[in-house]
Design a protein around this ligand. Structure first.
Ligand code: ARG
Length: 471
C-alpha cells in the first residue's frame, strides 16, 4: 500500500496522508461492490461528454473500451484494489489512466465523486430493488397457492393468543399475503424516487460544461435528472426509504416467523416444516428446531438498527455533500443482503409448509370457539345481545366444569340456560357452520378465501405485467 499523497487531489498538500487516516477514511473495502455500476455511470458520462463535444469520439472510445476491460478484470478477480486510492471511483479511474494514458484523466470532466457516488448507489439500489421485488412476488405467489389449498382447513383464530373464533387456515395465510402486498407496493413506490439521476450536479453547484443531463438520464434508464444539484449530491433519503420498507417487510416476516415457531411446537402442533428448513440439537436427539423462521425473526433487529443508523447519519448534515455520507453504504448493503436472504428462505419454505388439519381442528373445537355463534343464534331468535352474552357465558362455565365443548352438549343441557334454544342450534355450533357463516368479502368462509386468493393472484399478475412493460 503506497503512502504517497493521493494523486487525485494531492496538488495542494504538502505532506502525505497519515497512514492510519488513509485507512480510516477509505471506503474501498466496501464500496467496491458498486464497481459495475460505477463503470456503467462512467460510460454514460463519457458518451454524453462526446455527444456535446467536450470529449472527442476517439477519447470516448478509448475510455469506454478501457472501462469495459476493467469491468472484466474486476469480474475475474485480477483487479488490484488499493486502499491508498481511497474508494471504488478513484481505483477505477487510476487503472483507466494506467491503461489508456492521459485520456483516462479526462473522464472526470464535468463531474465530481459527489454526484458520481450518488449515481452509483442509485443504480445499484435500483437493480437490487428489482431482485427484491421478484423474490417478494415469488413468496406472495407461494402463499396464495398454499392458502387456496387450505381454504377449508379449520383452525382456531386468536386474540390475546387465546382461542377466539374458528377461522380457516387459508384465511390466516391470506392475512400474511395482504401484509406483503402492501410491502410490495411500498417497494415499487420507493423505486420511483430511487430512479432519478444525480449526475451533472458535480460537486454541489453544477458544472460549467455544456452537459446534457437528459441524455445521461436516458442512457442510464433514469426517469429524469434531479432538479437541484445541492439536494442531488447530499440527500440519502432514498436509501432510508428503502431501509424503512425493509424494516416493515421484516417486521411482517418476523410476525410470520413467530407463528411458524409456535405452530411447529408440540404444544400447538399445527404444521410441519420439512427437515431441510430445520436443524437438530447436538445434545437433545429428539429436537427439530425451526431455525429458518427463528433466524429471520432475529435478523429483523439488525435491519431496524440500520434504519435508525441511516436516519441518524442524515439528521444534522448541512447542505451539501459531507463525508458522513460514506457511512450510508454498509447499512444499506447489509440491509439488501439481509432482505434478499430472508425472502429467499421464506419463498422456498412457504410452499413446503404441511398443515396438520386434524390437530388444528381439535384445537379449535376445544376452546369454545363457537361461543359467539351461539350468542348470534340467540339474537336471531329475539334475545337481546347482552342477555345472549350472559346465557352463553353460563353455558361455557358449565362446559368447563363438565369438560364439554358447546357442540358436545345435548339439547337438554343447552336448554338449561335458555329455552329459546332449539334443535337447529347444532348447525351454528359446528366449526364448519361457524366459518361458512362469515360469508362476505374479507370473511373467513372457505368460498370467500378461494375468491380472495383469485383476486390476489390477479393483483400479483398485474404488477408483473406492469414491470414487464417497464423493462
Ligand atoms: N467515498 C465517498 C463516499 O462514499 C465518495 C465521495 C467522496 N467525495 C468527497 N468529496 N470526498 O461518499
Amino acid at each position: 500500500m503506497s503512502q504517497t499523497t493521493n494523486q487525485s487531489w494531492g496538488g495542494r498538500f504538502s505532506e502525505p496522508t497519515d497512514a492510519f487516516v488513509a485507512r480510516f477514511t477509505a471506503s474501498v473495502d466496501f464500496d467496491q461492490r458498486l464497481a459495475r455500476h460505477d463503470i456503467q455511470g462512467s460510460i454514460a458520462h463519457a458518451t454524453m461528454l462526446a455527444q456535446v463535444g467536450v470529449l472527442s469520439e476517439q477519447e470516448r472510445d478509448a475510455i469506454v473500451t478501457g472501462l469495459k476491460e476493467i469491468e472484466t478484470e474486476i469480474a475475474e478477480g485480477s483487479f488490484e484494489w488499493s486502499v491508498a486510492l481511497e474508494d471504488v471511483h478513484m481505483n477505477i479511474e487510476a487503472r483507466l489512466t494506467q491503461k489508456i494514458g492521459i485520456t483516462g484523466k479526462k473522464l472526470h470532466t464535468g463531474r465530481s465523486r459527489n454526484d458520481q457516488v450518488a449515481t452509483d448507489i442509485r443504480l445499484y439500489l435500483r437493480e437490487e430493488i428489482d431482485l427484491v421485488a421478484s423474490e417478494l412476488a415469488r413468496l406472495r405467489a407461494g402463499l396464495i397457492e398454499l392458502a387456496d389449498g387450505e381454504a377449508d382447513t379449520i383452525m382456531p383464530g386468536f386474540t390475546h393468543l387465546q382461542t377466539a373464533q374458528p377461522v380457516t387456515f387459508g384465511h390466516h395465510l391470506l392475512a400474511w399475503q395482504e401484509m406483503l402486498a402492501r410491502d410490495h407496493e411500498r417497494l415499487l413506490d420507493c423505486r420511483k424516487r430511487v430512479n432519478i439521476l444525480p449526475l451533472g450536479a458535480a460537486a454541489l453547484a453544477g458544472t460549467t460544461y455544456p452537459i446534457d443531463r437528459h441524455l445521461t438520464a436516458q442512457l442510464l434508464g433514469f426517469e429524469r435528472p434531479a432538479e437541484n444539484s445541492l439536494d442531488a449530491v447530499s440527500d440519502r433519503d432514498f436509501a432510508i426509504e428503502f431501509t424503512a420498507f425493509a424494516s416493515l417487510l421484516l417486521m411482517h416476516l418476523s410476525r410470520m416467523s413467530e407463528e411458524l415457531v409456535l405452530w411447529t411446537s408440540a404444544q400447538f402442533d399445527f404444521i410441519d416444516l420439512p427437515d431441510r428448513f430445520c436443524t437438530g440439537s447436538s445434545i437433545m436427539p429428539q429436537k427439530k428446531n425451526p431455525d429458518v423462521p427463528e433466524l429471520v425473526r432475529g435478523k429483523t433487529g439488525r435491519v431496524y438498527g440500520h434504519l435508525m443508523g441511516l436516519l441518524t447519519l442524515m439528521k444534522s448534515q448541512p447542505l451539501a455533500y459531507n463525508k458522513d455520507n460514506q457511512e450510508d453504504k454498509e447499512p444499506l448493503l447489509d440491509t439488501l443482503d439481509t432482505v434478499k436472504g430472508c425472502l429467499r428462505a421464506f419463498a422456498d419454505m412457504v410452499p413446503a409448509i404441511e398443515s396438520k388439519g386434524d390437530s388444528m381442528r381439535e384445537a379449535a373445537r376445544k376452546g369454545f370457539s363457537t361461543a359467539t355463534d351461539l350468542a348470534d343464534y340467540l339474537v336471531r331468535k329475539g334475545v337481546a345481545f347482552r342477555d345472549a352474552h350472559e346465557i352463553v357465558g353460563q353455558s361455557v362455565a358449565y362446559g368447563i366444569e363438565s369438560g364439554k365443548d358447546l357442540s358436545d352438549m345435548s339439547l337438554d343441557e343447552l336448554r338449561q340456560f335458555s329455552d329459546t334454544i332449539g334443535d337447529d342450534v347444532f348447525d351454528v355450533l359446528t366449526l364448519e357452520g361457524s366459518v361458512a357463516a362469515r360469508n362476505h368479502i374479507g370473511g373467513t368462509a372457505p368460498d370467500q378465501v378461494r375468491a380472495a386468493a383469485q383476486r390476489a393472484r390477479d393483483a400479483l399478475k398485474a404488477i408483473a405485467t406492469d414491470q414487464g412493460a417497464r423493462q
